[in-house]
Design a protein around this ligand. Structure first.
Ligand code: CA2
Length: 145
């Protein structure tokens, strides 16, 4: 059985490709999820993709990943900077966690410079555009291999 990776996107990332392309690129979320599925297949992995605008939903999805996912790739959007609850949920997950940000959060407003999730993440990928999700899957394959 190929290892399954849970890919989580947080608030407003459903708008990818529809607004602010200079910051977040032109690809839609469906484009990104499709590219991730293709890269995962090349790596001998599968991806289970979810997006939610709601903190509790993301926490429930992290809990669900405890039953069957080998790793989590997460872009928690603005909850990255605010949510101890998402950090607590990730701390209850045993496998590798990779944090992705499309933009270079460190070159943006100070409020985006701190991530609660980074304390748990095995790797953090920022500022690589949507390609960062593919890098995360590459790294996940290495960590799980
Ligand atoms: O750079 C990232 O991936 C972020 O996680 C994106 C979040 C932001 O709050 C983080 O600081 C950094 C915002 C996601 C908003 O996504 C949009 C996409 C297209 C149009 C509008 C919003």
């Amino acid at each position: 059985m190929p290892s399954q990776i849970t890919l989580l996107n947080g608030p407003n990332l459903n708008l990818l490709g529809q607004r602010q392309p200079r910051i977040y690129g032109a690809e839609t979320l469906a484009d990104v999820e499709g590219a991730c599925a293709a890269r995962a297949a090349e790596l001998g992995l599968t991806v289970d993709c979810h997006q939610s605008n709601h903190e509790g939903d993301l926490i429930d999805l992290i809990h669900a990943a405890r039953n069957g996912a080998a790793g989590i790739v997460i872009n928690a959007g603005a909850y990255t900077h605010t949510s101890v609850a998402i950090l607590d949920a990730l701390n209850a997950f045993d496998g590798p966690v990779i944090e992705v940000h499309i933009s270079n959060v460190h070159a943006r407003e100070a409020l985006r410079h701190h991530s609660h999730i980074s304390a748990r993440a095995d790797a953090v990928i920022v500022g690589c555009g949507t390609q960062g999700y593919l890098f995360a899957l590459d790294r996940m394959a290495t960590l799980l291999g």
